[in-house]
Design a protein around this ligand. Sequence first.
Ligand code: ZN
Ligand code: ZN
Length: 284
Amino acid sequence: MDVVTTIEDFYGVYLLVSRSENRSFAGRTYIGYTVDPNRRISQHNRGREGGGAKKTSERGPWQMILIIHGFPNSLSALRFEWAWQQPNISRRLKNIPGLGKKSSLRKFDLQFRILTEMLRIGPWNRLPLVIRWLADDFVRDFPPEKLPPVHMEISFGRVKRKKKLARIEDDIAEGGSQKSLSCCLCSSPIEEPRQSLLTCINPQCSLQCHIICLARVCITESNQYIPTEGDCPICFTHFLWGDLIRKKNGCSDLVATSDDATDTEHGNYNDLSIDSTDEDSDDS
Ligand SMILES: [Zn+2]
Ligand SMILES: [Zn+2]
């Protein structure tokens, strides 16, 4: 696996496995979104200080096993990331048996099973996705009755993002510094986060967007200027517009629903990503 493929407009969702020597971390998995897999894996392995996520800090070394790419934009990839992380909440996956935290499968095998199902259902089964294996010793065949759609490519070996000048999506949901936050909906930078940045009421969701961009999505009637309610474009959580604005202004109980919530001040939204099998660890 030493040929490196270079791709422009890269939007990927990856799976990491911990190779920690500590038994309580070894074999843990982590799912995340990236536009630059090589940069991202080194961030995870440098820990929190190096831009990695809280969930992976000091629990590695982490190895990137799989990356799914070919998403048309960041929003599409972020939705895929969300569903893969949260199969028991995702409206598209929650009715498929055997994908929940209670599964007796090894963590990696469970994540692979969830992925197998995701690739076969809409909207993902229509996307020109590439399933790329990055670690020889983890490569699995898809079960014959659960093959991905034929238009999807199964590839092997490393992938590199082709750098473009002023690529603005770089830091979306990826732990970028606050000054380079980008909007999930319009891909433009969020210049004044204090005034114009909105995040989801769901603390595990990586939505970050301009207030005005989300308002446009939520306005349903042409004579309406301010929405009254809507659904998050990534995790589909229903919200009242007022709750979202109160959360933004820091005057709502919603702010304190997770101890991770303080991360939003630093633009480290990817730290809110969770490993769906991380919490109820039952390996003993
Ligand atoms: Zn925007
Ligand atoms: Zn959300």
